[in-house]
Design a protein around this ligand. Structure first.
Ligand SMILES: Cc1cc2nc3c(=O)[nH]c(=O)nc-3n(C[C@H](O)[C@H](O)[C@H](O)COP(=O)(O)O)c2cc1C
Length: 220
């Protein structure tokens, strides 16, 4: 796929078939994605891929925690405040998503179901977790972001769907237990990945972007 087409047609997928992604394909995806740039080529990212029984273990535990309303203890604190401009973008994205899905504002139960689906990898059997050493800082998290974007674009190019999810790292102690990692390893993001249901309305949402004029000023 042409790069511009790949960037413009990628979107987050949130309804997967219950089929695992073959290990060989995930390895190829991560190898390609690891060609991302990073500060002095430091390559701070580490990847734990969950499939089979490991996915069952994680899903069961994090879903239960979320059902009980646990806010968790993410290694990187979730934002508690957004400036007005970002707050507007977030509200507009949420509003249009629920409108497309035909879910009224006051249907708290349906909205909760969609939210809880995060913790079930949106139906996929496979998820990719990105973590890094606690001694690394903001710049390394930035590098991991570029690595993640490579994963999302390469997955799309391979015909796979993916959804980057902060929610998947809300309960990092469970992840450390599942992957047998020490407390020095900090989870940045989870990505549900798999074969997505092409006709599912939630997989056909194209989110809006701000006008170029609102993000770019050109100085000569
Ligand atoms: C750091 C990060 C965290 C995200 N966390 C979640 C999440 O927990 N659950 C979810 O459904 N989507 C999550 N998303 C996906 C965004 O909602 C999505 O990228 C955004 O609405 C733009 O839509 P698009 O990816 O389809 O272009 C996250 C995206 C990023 C980059």
């Amino acid at each position: 796929m042409d790069l511009t087409e790949c960037i413009l047609t990628r979107s987050s997928k949130r309804d997967f078939k219950n089929i695992p992604v073959p290990e060989d394909l995930i390895k190829k995806l991560i190898e390609i994605s690891s060609h991302a740039p990073s500060w002095a080529n430091s390559q701070p990212w580490k990847v734990a891929v969950s499939s089979g029984k490991t996915s069952e273990f994680i899903k069961e535990k994090i879903y239960k925690m979320a059902m009980e309303g646990g806010q968790g203890n993410p290694d990187f604190q979730f934002p508690e405040f957004w400036p007005e401009e970002q707050s507007k973008n977030i509200a507009e994205t949420g509003r249009s998503r629920y409108e497309i899905l035909g879910i009224p504002r006051d249907d708290a139960e349906k909205r909760k179901d969609i939210s809880l689906n995060n913790y079930l990898f949106f139906g996929s059997q496979t998820a990719i977790f990105i973590y890094m050493n606690e001694k690394l800082g903001l710049w390394s998290a930035f590098d991991c972001g570029m690595f993640v974007q490579n994963i999302l674009l390469t997955a799309h190019d391979m015909g796979l769907g993916a959804c980057p999810q902060a929610y998947l790292v809300r309960y990092p102690d469970i992840l450390r237990e599942a992957f047998n990692l020490g407390s020095a390893q900090k989870f940045i993001l989870g990505i549900s990945i798999g074969y997505y249901k092409k006709e599912s309305p939630i997989n056909n949402i194209k989110t809006e972007r701000m006008q170029l004029n609102d993000i770019l000023k050109y100085y000569i």
